[in-house]
Design a protein around this ligand. Structure first.
Ligand code: NAP
Length: 328
């Protein structure tokens, strides 16, 4: 596995593993908890060592799962988790990034993960009630205390990122980025390049859509968040199929898979970009890791970009309610 550097020289595997779907988001997990523990350990054996979780996934059970999986291999992994929610009675009821709360959450994350230090601690969503300078200062204190190594922000706007970075150096921005979600391109990616901050695309496979395995006639099971996302409404999926058809055709011509093309396209954008595809299947994990060996020529990338710009994307990437939480 290739190694990439995010900001502040944090070195991670060039492809990470998003663990969210093991506990929530995409309907019932076909595997057991034991299967997931084994899979995370197998991922590390194939070199996928950058693991992504969050306090709110579950809530809590995803961090516990990751903690159990890495217990015997802690020093081989780079562990990223996230704070920023007000979680009551097992449910997120809003945002909370007040300094005293961040410190409590850090202690709880450390306990659930069973580690002494969180390698990368992201603010999951910007809290409009707490100045970003206070959040960055709090992370600085947690670093001083040895509880956190690196600071990250998720779904942040460029000017907020600059303010945070001025107080405590940011290592990575994690936001949605893929062939059908280009929001970070105008401002965030240039800002990351300028400030030496890494970028971690989440949902790099378009929540599965870009792999060509989702039929527009699908009906998502209960607990599958795609049922609430406009892009996954049947009409929109049909309209968005043109992009997937192009990805598949290119994949076939190169004798690789559509998932690998989608990930290789991201890897080719900049050497400090590290996608974290999520899966609950070891064979898919290996397939996704294989994207690091897939090169795309400048012409192939230009064709993908031209087609994506021409066909556009039908539907928002989040529900109306959640759209209000991003880009602050
Ligand atoms: N910061 C944030 O706000 C935020 C938001 C969303 C996600 N995330 C993080 O980003 C990670 C990845 O994003 P994501 O899981 O939302 O979306 P994703 O990685 O774009 O797609 C995951 C979906 O694709 C399927 N899949 C994975 N590999 C595949 C392959 N090779 N072929 C066909 N299907 C494949 C998975 O199904 P199976 O599991 O059945 O394989 C799952 O349904 C999450 O796990 C989470 O850690 C962060």
């Amino acid at each position: 596995m290739h190694i990439r550097s995010l900001g502040q020289d944090m070195r991670v595997s060039a492809i990470g593993l998003g663990c969210m779907g093991m506990s929530q988001g995409y309907g019932p997990n076909p595997g057991s908890r034991r299967d997931m523990v084994d899979m995370i350990r197998a991922a590390v054996d194939v070199g996928v060592t950058f693991l992504d979780t969050a306090e709110v996934y579950g809530p809590f059970v995803n961090e516990e799962l990751v903690g159990e999986a890495i217990a015997p291999i802690r020093d081989r992994v780079q562990l990223a988790t996230k704070f920023g929610w007000d979680i009551r009675g097992g449910k997120s009821v809003g945002l909370n990034s007040r300094p005293d709360h961040i410190k409590k959450v850090a202690d709880a994350c450390l306990q659930r993960l069973g580690v002494e230090t969180i390698d990368l601690f992201y603010q999951h969503r910007i809290d409009p009630n707490v100045p970003i300078e206070d959040v960055a200062g709090t992370i600085g204190e947690l670093v001083q205390a040895g509880k956190v190594k690196h600071f990250g922000l998720s779904e942040v706007r460029a000017d907020t990122l600059r303010k945070a970075h001025a107080i405590y150096p940011v290592t990575a921005v994690q936001s949605e980025y893929s062939l059908w979600t280009r929001d970070p391109e105008p401002e965030i990616l240039p800002t990351c390049a300028e400030l030496g901050i890494g970028f971690v695309p989440f949902s790099p496979l378009g929540r599965g859509f870009l792999t060509g395995t989702i039929d527009p006639s699908v009906s998502f099971p209960q607990g599958d968040m795609r049922a609430t996302i406009p892009r996954f409404e049947a009409d929109n999926m049909s309209a968005n199929q043109a992009l997937v058809n192009h990805i598949r055709a290119l994949a076939e011509a190169k004798n690789v898979t559509a998932a690998q093309v989608a990930l290789a396209w991201l890897l080719a954008q900049a050497p400090w970009i590290v996608p974290i595809p999520g899966t609950r299947s070891l064979s898919r994990l290996k397939e996704n890791a294989g994207a690091t060996e897939v090169g795309l020529s400048a012409d192939e990338r230009a064709d993908l970009d031209t087609l994506a710009a021409r066909v556009g994307v039908a539907g928002d990437r989040y529900s109306e309610a959640h759209m209000k939480l991003v880009g602050h």
